[in-house]
Design a protein. Sequence first.
Length: 264
Amino acid sequence: MSVSDYTETEGLPAKDREPYEAWSYDLASAKLYIPRLAAGQDRWFAAALSSEKGEVPSRLAVFAEQPQHKRWEMVSVVDLDSQKLPHVALDREGYATAVAATGNKHLAADADVLRTAVLDNFTTGGTNTGSTVFAPTEASKRQVKVHSDAATRFGDKGSSVFDAADNRFTDTYALKTADGGALILFSHTHTQTDAVAHSGLQINPGKENRAWLHDVPRTSIRYTFVCNDAATVPAKAEPSRLIGYTCARTDASGPPVPSWSHRA
């Protein structure tokens, strides 16, 4: 996701590039959730972060140790839709408890079920599993709106269809919450394919896609998005709550219109 930001910027004319500003957070107001891990377990922790001192945390991030690089890295970050943080359970010494994010029979849903439901929000508007796995939240409503807006974007001149895509980022993280459920952070990948309805029409790429499409008109464009998601899951059979998600376009491709193909 970070690399795609650089790629997109490098495709813009110099006059359209905004100066790079590194995102930072206020250490004093950061809320750290450090799980007590057994020997040999992968080392990671979650943090609720605010960009300004005194502000309520607006992002959840996961930092994980990368032994092969001999350093810690931020491996996930999610923008929160609510200022109310999940109540992570802490022991007497202030440690959180890490729980299994996949295959966990003590939760109403695991990361795989959540991922499928999120993808359903994009691909069908939540018709199948999205509306049953998740209770309505600002985050889930936004995903459904992305689907519904795309369905009418081109009118009778084209279509816009979402689909699931191969997800390289299968690492998941979960912390026990005070109600016996869990806060689960995971990732998903989806595509959006825009296509013209018939020959003679073309899609003109916007400048934000110049790095991938080079201003060449296309008959269809397939965008790939990598996203980080965060959800709270109850221990009993009740809907989960999607509390935030953050996406980045990581690729775009598609066939040029015939006139450009001939020219090439």
